[in-house]
Design a protein around this ligand. Structure first.
Ligand SMILES: [Zn+2]
Ligand SMILES: [Zn+2]
Length: 151
């Protein structure tokens, strides 16, 4: 399995917005919810939870998209690529769409969420599956377990 090499750079489809990560993900995820199906134009979204202090926009200015609600979904304003999400009330990490990275080959989703809404054929290699989301107090254990798989 390829490993993530840091720092890692990436950007949107057109290259007008570029970013850099310098911290390992806390957790990797696939989300099957219907909102993610719509915003990704696909079966599910992918996320790598990157600590905020290890995440940086190096070029351009992403714009808010999606529902413009409390969770902020950032897009390239030109090519409209859905790049990353700052979830409501969770300032310490950014959910980066890992395919933004120039080399996303290291990525696999460790958990998958909202399988209750998934397309019947949609499968991921996630170790843990949730009909909705994990309980808030489960995340600490999931982060520790994910870190062991990356050691
Ligand atoms: Zn773009
Ligand atoms: Zn979702």
């Amino acid at each position: 399995m390829p490993h993530l090499t840091l720092p890692a750079e990436g950007g949107c489809r057109c290259g007008r917005v570029r970013l850099k990560i310098s911290a390992k993900p806390l957790l990797t995820m696939a989300c099957h919810c219907t909102g993610c199906q719509l915003m990704s134009s696909s079966a599910y979204s992918l996320s790598a939870a990157i600590p905020s202090d290890g995440f940086e926009i190096t070029k351009g200015e992403p714009v808010i998209g999606g529902l413009h609600g409390a969770s902020r979904h950032y897009f390239c304003g030109y090519c409209m690529t859905w790049m990353f999400t700052r979830p409501e009330g969770l300032d310490w990490f950014v959910n980066l769409r890992p395919t933004m990275l120039d080399d996303p080959a290291w990525f696999t989703p460790f958990i998958e969420t909202w399988t209750s809404e998934k397309l019947p054929w949609a499968m991921t290699p996630a170790v843990h599956s949730y009909a909705a989301l994990p309980a808030f107090e489960e995340y600490e254990g999931l982060v520790a377990e994910y870190a062991k798989t990356q050691a």
